[in-house]
Ligand binder design. Structure first.
Ligand SMILES: NC(=O)c1ccc[n+]([C@@H]2O[C@H](COP(=O)([O-])OP(=O)(O)OC[C@H]3O[C@@H](n4cnc5c(N)ncnc54)[C@H](O)[C@@H]3O)[C@@H](O)[C@H]2O)c1
Length: 232
């Protein structure tokens, strides 16, 4: 029997390229997209999702303007709902229905690894996705499920306005193709890693991004302290 896969936001851009790539790899792929009646922000929509071996939580939208004084409440809430709730609700459901060996890849963004002054709300949502993926990985690992994030740079998809596309073109700045991102998703899915973030840029293989260690506490006698005990 073919392995089953779902891709959120699979009707356009990167999601459509992931659907195509997974089908080429021999999977039985379903797209869950707003345009075909599946809203990732609706908790009850996820109840209908059954067992799949692979899930790509990819649906996403932009956040809003650079100037915080101009942030529109509806767009702000929409961005968090689609980009963050859509991932958390998906992972919550998949944790209960995915078989051992299940693999999840979330489409974050380079905006989850670095600052994006042009759209701080979008950056906040994608930092949330990266933080969630890294933090939830150990619990999912206990269930035999892996989770990774891909963090693409700018990709030429319908998310990009014609004005932006033209600006990048005239500046000679290379853009990713949606199929480049789909190839990186496949690398992340087959990496054997979990809790990692894969940076994706034109002309490079996906980079397994390394985060710096955060500073730990110091004791009065200036000794170092190990990792903290578990909260729970
Ligand atoms: N295009 C880029 O430059 C770029 C760069 C890095 C990351 N990303 C991320 O890649 C992902 C895909 O973006 P894209 O560029 O292909 O955009 P896109 O606009 O081409 O496709 C997004 C898809 O998500 C669907 N969608 C939106 N809201 C939804 C919802 N509530 N429920 C279900 N589906 C919903 C849309 O209908 C659409 O089919 C997003 O998470 C985006 O943030 C894009």
């Amino acid at each position: 029997m073919k392995h089953r896969a779902i891709v959120t936001g699979g009707a356009s851009g990167i999601g459509a390229a992931i659907v195509e790539r997974l089908a080429t790899e021999g999977l039985d792929v379903g797209s869950l997209d707003l345009s075909t009646g599946f809203d990732v922000t609706e908790p009850t929509a996820w109840d209908a999702v059954g067992a799949v071996e692979i899930a790509c939580l990819n649906a996403g939208v932009l956040g809003g303007p650079a100037d915080p004084a101009e942030i529109d409440l509806e767009s702000y809430r929409r961005a968090f709902a689609v980009n963050v709730d859509g991932v958390v609700l998906g992972v919550r459901r998949l944790a209960t229905v995915m078989p051992t060996g299940g693999r999840i890849v979330c489409t974050a963004s380079l905006a989850g690894l670095t600052s994006i002054p042009e759209d701080p709300v979008y950056a906040a949502t994608k930092h949330a996705v990266v933080g969630f993926v890294r933090s939830v990985a150990p619990s999912l690992e206990k269930r035999g499920i892996s989770i990774n994030a891909v963090c693409p740079g700018i990709a030429d998809t319908p998310m990009l306005s014609d004005i932006s596309r033209e600006r990048f073109r005239s500046a000679g700045f290379p853009l990713l193709g949606a199929d480049d991102v789909a190839a990186a998703v496949w690398v992340a899915l087959t990496s054997g890693e979990t809790g990692h973030a894969w940076a994706v840029q034109p002309g490079r293989p996906p980079v397994d991004f390394r985060f710096p260690r955060v500073p730990g506490p110091r004791t009065a006698d200036d000794g170092s302290v190990g990792a903290p005990p578990s909260f729970s």
